[in-house]
Design a binder for this molecule. Structure first.
Ligand code: NAD
Length: 484
């Protein structure tokens, strides 16, 4: 029988470890409410074990050649791909996301990151700067021990997106998954170990925010990379400031998607669906403020409603299902609260809005029209399947309204006018943008936010800078000329 209960809660120094001196917490399958695993949060003893293991392992790992480190990561990528189905089934249990998504977007995305950074590892180099006879060379060195803290929407992908560049650069990592989805990162740790990663280089410690905070406070942690909410981002940034630890923050968003009157309507509707309903809307980069030109608004809403009628909502393990439950009761209640607020503030409910009559945290895909900029649903991150349509007529006006948010993670434009597409994207204050598309996240492209949506970038060559530090070395070839 398929078992979702891991061997133990934590993975430290190449093995599963447990400390049962604290209370267990349940892991719930969002599609049925079944308890599918029980996990112990990390204690002081577990935290100390992880820090000591990482410290003992890091320097030897950094001393290996980049090619050698990269080979381990690429081997792990191959193992992940070979076990994609098994890992995707686990991801579906952890998150409730349909298997029709997890087979394509989670373990495979993690494998891409390990393969990409595995390939780059041998290329993490400095430069030579000639200064007459003298010269300077630079070395790109590891930071030491990196702490990764994950959100619950993409547990496998987040673990890999953080581990891959960190390990490629010669760091060790302690990863704390979200307490809502603790299972997948343990499998990544197992696979890295099987691929030949030395014990202690990648460790998983479970627990709530207090465990993340305790790890972060330790002076042996040199860097933290968090994927989570702005509120947590602020706390993490503040705590990291005590020792001036390096920080990468991937936080929330309230991103605009602008659909001009000349857009290909079917593509624009498809883009809006990808921007709002994949993973039941639980994606940080979602384009939840859909600005639609007044001239095409009703046609857009008609097509969107017709397409949403085709959503197959049901058992996430059935591969024909393409829309699953939300991750937890708490998240469902948050989203239901926003829907009620949208209605009470006068937005027009076009479709959805209700909970589905079945076990699990299912909410129907929901569309609001006639949403104004001041409404709560247009200002706050909902993190659920709720799309808001706002009208516009003028390009300059819609750009100003799109930017009128404290967030800056993503933005998208649909138009057939290429000059307008680039002009508008150039003015939007967002880190990850799309033209006639939405939510693509290839490992080759930098990913991250402006404004309150974050600091630093994941993926791409740029991530190397966030997981390494530069040393410059001046070399004098002649005699030293001192004043006395
Ligand atoms: P969250 O902020 O509640 O928790 C994120 C992680 O931080 C969890 O592992 C949690 O245990 C930990 N944590 C909480 N308090 C902490 C503290 N004081 N110190 C250290 N760690 C602490 O977020 P969530 O509810 O898990 O995820 C949803 C949020 O994440 C949304 O805002 C979403 O936009 C954001 N998100 C961002 C991205 C991105 O890449 N930008 C991706 C996914 C999710």
């Amino acid at each position: 029988m398929y078992s979702t209960q891991p061997t133990a809660s934590h993975f430290i120094n190449g093995r599963y470890v447990e400390d049962i001196s604290v209370a267990r917490f349940d892991v719930i399958y969002p599609a049925s409410w079944a308890v599918i695993a029980q996990i112990y949060a990390g204690t002081d003893h577990i935290i100390e074990q992880a820090l000591s293991a990482a410290q003992a392992a890091q320097q030897d790992w950094a001393a290996r050649s980049g090619t050698e480190r990269g080979r381990v990561l690429r081997r792990a990528a191959d193992l992940i791909r070979a076990r994609n189905r098994e890992l995707s089934v686990l991801e579906t249990h952890d998150t409730g996301k349909p298997l029709s998504e997890t087979l394509y977007a989670d373990a495979t995305s993690g494998a891409d990151a390990l393969e990409y950074f595995g390939g780059l590892a041998g290329n993490v180099t400095g430069e030579h700067i000639q200064l007459g006879e003298d010269w300077v060379y630079t070395r790109r060195e590891a930071l030491g021990i990196c702490l990764g803290i994950g959100a619950w929407n993409y547990p496998t992908q987040i673990a890999c997106w953080k581990a891959a560049p960190a390990l490629a650069c010669g760091n060790a990592m302690i990863f704390k998954p979200s307490e809502t989805t603790p299972l997948c990162a343990l499998k990544i740790a197992e696979i890295l170990s099987e691929a030949g990663l030395p014990d202690g280089v990648f460790n998983v410690v479970q627990g709530q925010g207090d465990v993340g905070a305790a790890l972060l406070q330790d002076p042996r942690i040199n860097k933290v990379s968090l994927t989570g909410s702005v509120a947590t981002g602020r706390k993490v940034y503040q705590s990291a400031a005590a020792d001036l630890k390096q920080v990468t923050l991937e936080l929330g968003g309230k991103s605009p998607l602008i659909i001009f009157e000349d857009a290909d309507l079917d593509n624009a509707v498809g883009g809006a669906i990808l921007a709002n309903f994949y993973s039941s809307g639980q994606i940080c980069s979602n384009g939840t403020r859909v600005f639609v030109h007044k001239a095409i608004k009703e046609a857009f809403l008609d097509r969107l409603s017709a397409r949403l009628d085709q959503a197959v909502i049901g058992d996430p393990l059935d591969e024909t299902t393409n829309f699953g439950p939300l991750v937890s009761d708490r998240q469902m209640q948050i989203v239901q609260g926003f829907i009620a607020q949208g209605i009470s503030e006068g937005a027009r409910l076009v479709c959805g809005g209700q909970r589905l009559e079945r076990p699990g945290y299912y909410l129907a895909p929901t569309v609001f029209a006639d949403v104004s900029d001041e409404m709560t649903i247009a200002r706050e991150e909902i993190f659920g399947p709720v799309l808001s349509v706002l009208d516009f007529e003028d390009e300059a006006d819609v750009v100003a309204r799109a930017n009128n948010t404290e967030y800056g993670l993503s933005a998208g434009v649909f138009t057939r006018d290429i000059s307008r597409a680039h002009r508008v994207i150039g003015k939007l204050q967002a880190g990850s943008c799309f033209i006639n598309s939405y939510n693509d996240a290839p490992v080759e492209a930098p990913f991250g936010g402006m404004k309150l949506s974050g600091i630093g970038r994941e993926n791409s060559k740029n991530a190397i800078e966030h997981y390494s530090q530069l040393k410059s070395v001046y070399v004098r070839m002649g005699d030293v000329d001192a004043p006395f």
